[in-house]
Design a protein around this ligand. Structure first.
Ligand SMILES: C[S@@+](CC[C@H](N)C(=O)[O-])C[C@H]1O[C@@H](n2cnc3c(N)ncnc32)[C@H](O)[C@@H]1O
Length: 268
């Protein structure tokens, strides 16, 4: 097995982990059709959302703090761009803390603000506390042009999920990574602290070439849980008008049993 830097391996394994489609792309494509460009995606990761938006003809700026995730996004965009004219010209990737980013950090296309600002797939939970979660929504508001839309999607674990977050290690999946040909096993343990509302998630990936020595990669993430009420309040604090608080990616009604909150808010 060749030596691969840890951050590059974790970016590759992030994509393997997301082999099951979260089912949110149609939502962002529909919103982009409605709002027009430019689009900014905070916490763009490896480009799972941003690349299809650029492939559909949109101009997208993606922001992420992790250089290895951005390198992978760039490589994926270049590969996708072979079948889609000028895709890489429509996607700009910027390394920055998503809370502290300003229009001026994102290049001339953002000078007049974005039509759509996206914070997808629970990324807001990676911000350590309530203040930073509130601040990132204010940042989204500041990046939007008047009339622009912010879309934030977050997981809302239910009481029985939280009860299982007691540090037990469980086998999540065994997959073949087509990129490397290696068999990969993912195990995870979650620990929930009610006082801080933080889930500490430890993830272990074991992989090996057929007949080769195994290699283990571990990561630990702290997820600060947020409620749908907090999400709406933070949007209002940012001067945004909540258009819809939905319970799924089809913008179905939000209710007590909803496992997600999808907030759509407009800058007046
Ligand atoms: C769950 S992934 C989401 C990636 C992508 N949006 C998607 O839907 O597949 C979260 C991303 O947030 C990034 N991230 C975490 N904290 C960040 C911060 N403070 N500023 C910018 N990016 C951050 C991580 O590097 C990671 O790429």
């Amino acid at each position: 097995m060749s030596v691969e830097p840890r951050d590059a391996a974790l970016a590759r394994l992030y994509d393997l982990d997301l082999a099951e489609d979260p089912g949110d792309l149609d939502l962002y494509l529909a919103l982009a059709e409605r709002t027009g460009d430019p689009i900014v995606e905070l916490a763009v990761g490896t480009g799972r959302v941003a690349i299809p938006l650029a492939a559909a003809g949109h101009h997208v700026v993606g922001v992420d703090a992790d250089a290895a995730m951005l390198d992978r996004a760039q490589a994926r965009a270049a590969a996708a761009g072979q079948g889609s004219a000028r895709l890489t010209e429509r996607l700009r990737l910027v390394r920055h803390d998503m809370v502290a980013v300003h229009r001026a950090d994102l290049g001339p296309s953002l000078a007049d603000g974005a039509g759509l600002a996206i914070l997808a797939l629970n990324s807001i939970l990676l911000l350590a506390d309530r203040a930073r979660q509130r601040a990132v929504i204010a940042t989204m508001g500041s990046l939007l042009a008047p009339g622009g839309i912010a879309a934030i999607d977050v997981w809302l674990p239910q009481i029985d999920d939280l009860a299982r977050f007691d540090g037990r290690l469980s086998l999540e999946w065994l997959r073949i990574d087509d990129e490397t040909g290696r068999e990969v096993i993912k195990q995870a343990a979650a620990w929930y602290d009610d006082a801080s509302r933080i889930v500490t998630l430890t993830t272990i990936f074991d992989e090996a070439d057929p007949g080769g020595a195994p290699r283990r990669w571990t990561r630990s993430d702290a997820l600060r849980l947020i409620t749908a009420d907090e999400l709406s309040a933070f949007a209002e604090d940012a001067g945004l008008i909540v258009e819809r608080l939905a319970g799924d990616h089809d913008l179905g009604e939000f209710g007590p049993g909803s496992e997600r909150a999808v907030l759509i808010a407009r800058r007046p």
